[in-house]
Design a protein around this ligand. Structure first.
Ligand code: ZN
Length: 313
């Protein structure tokens, strides 16, 4: 087998910072780097392989050449590569937004919807994000609050610290706050309905496009109630399973024919190896290991997020 080291697609959205360049070693010449699409086969930002026989090709090329068996049997319900893994450096507030579910997105956008999860890689003192409503609102109240700039008053404001995780079901209104660095694992989709953007305008005085009617259609307007987690995974839904690996020494695991393994290192450094590959890793690096029956070993210290596909129910 071969372990593939990935080079991300870089996005310079206005709210981004420089931490992904300066602390995570991302190679980007622009002023700000908001997002790196680390494990991505989405046309809006493909990740590229940086080692071995496929160096320089995209991960999508690799999968097309190898065939879908490299994704594992659990990928069978999906028409295309099902997930997208990003690092996000929010130096400023992201817009208040919502994502539709599959049925709404397929009907209105001809794309899948978006379920996503966040792992807080780092956050400054006092950082917070918005996640759901602090009280239930009617459709009329929601529209009125968007119009008269009082939406924030009814959002559930959550302080965050390193290591926190959030699972964002479609329909959940949300926004990442400033001074937060997040790893995001999501469905392979780029459908976002922007509800409110703090009245921000660019140098020409233009605000970013809002999608209020569609957002109001899909937003879950009920008060957010915390639910108890029932298993040991960081996240587990029909699209992805995410596990946190705390590394200190040597860790060996067998990959299965059920699913490929995606790895995103969020802390530490060391090496990752198998029978014919031996690669260094540092925080911010991502890898794709095709589905097979072989073992791989990680030596070093740090924290990694391991992403696999769950068995279809
Ligand atoms: Zn989102």
């Amino acid at each position: 087998m071969s372990i593939l080291k990935l080079t991300p697609s870089c996005k310079d959205y206005i709210w981004g910072g420089r931490r992904l360049i300066e602390e995570f070693g991302k190679d980007f010449s622009g002023d700000v780097l908001a997002e790196t699409w680390e494990i991505s086969c989405h046309k809006d930002g493909l990740s590229t392989i940086s080692n071995g026989d496929y160096a320089g090709k995209t991960l999508l090329n690799y999968i097309q050449e190898k065939g879908t068996q490299c994704l594992g049997t659990n990928a069978s319900p999906f028409e295309y590569f099902p997930i997208l893994v990003k690092l996000i450096d929010a130096k400023d507030y992201l817009s208040i937004q919502v994502h539709p579910d599959d049925s709404y997105a397929l009907e209105h956008e001809h794309q899948y919807g978006k379920t996503e999860m966040w792992y807080v890689v780092d956050a400054k003192e006092g950082a917070f994000l918005y996640y759901g409503f602090s009280k239930s609102v009617s459709k009329e109240e929601l529209k009125e609050r968007i119009q008269n700039n009082t939406l924030l008053e009814v959002l559930n404001k959550v302080p965050v610290k390193k290591g926190d995780t959030f699972f964002i079901e479609p329909g959940t209104i949300h926004a990442i706050g400033k001074d937060i660095l997040i790893a995001e694992i999501q469905q392979n989709s780029n459908v976002t309905y922007r509800v409110y953007d703090y009245g921000r305008v660019d140098a020409n005085g233009n605000g970013r496009e809002l999608h209020i009617d569609k957002a109001v259609d899909v937003i879950n307007r009920k008060q957010y109630v915390e639910s108890q987690k029932s298993d040991s995974h960081l996240a587990n839904c029909k699209y992805f399973t995410v596990d946190k690996m705390i590394l200190d020494g040597t860790y060996t695991e067998k990959v299965t024919n059920d699913s490929f393994v995606g790895l995103l290192f969020v802390e530490g450094n060391g090496s990752i190896l198998d029978s014919d590959t031996n690669l260094d890793f540092k925080k911010g690096d991502s890898f794709f290991i095709p589905a097979n029956e072989e073992t791989y070993t990680i030596k070093g210290t740090g924290v990694a997020l391991k992403i696999t596909l769950p068995s279809p129910c």
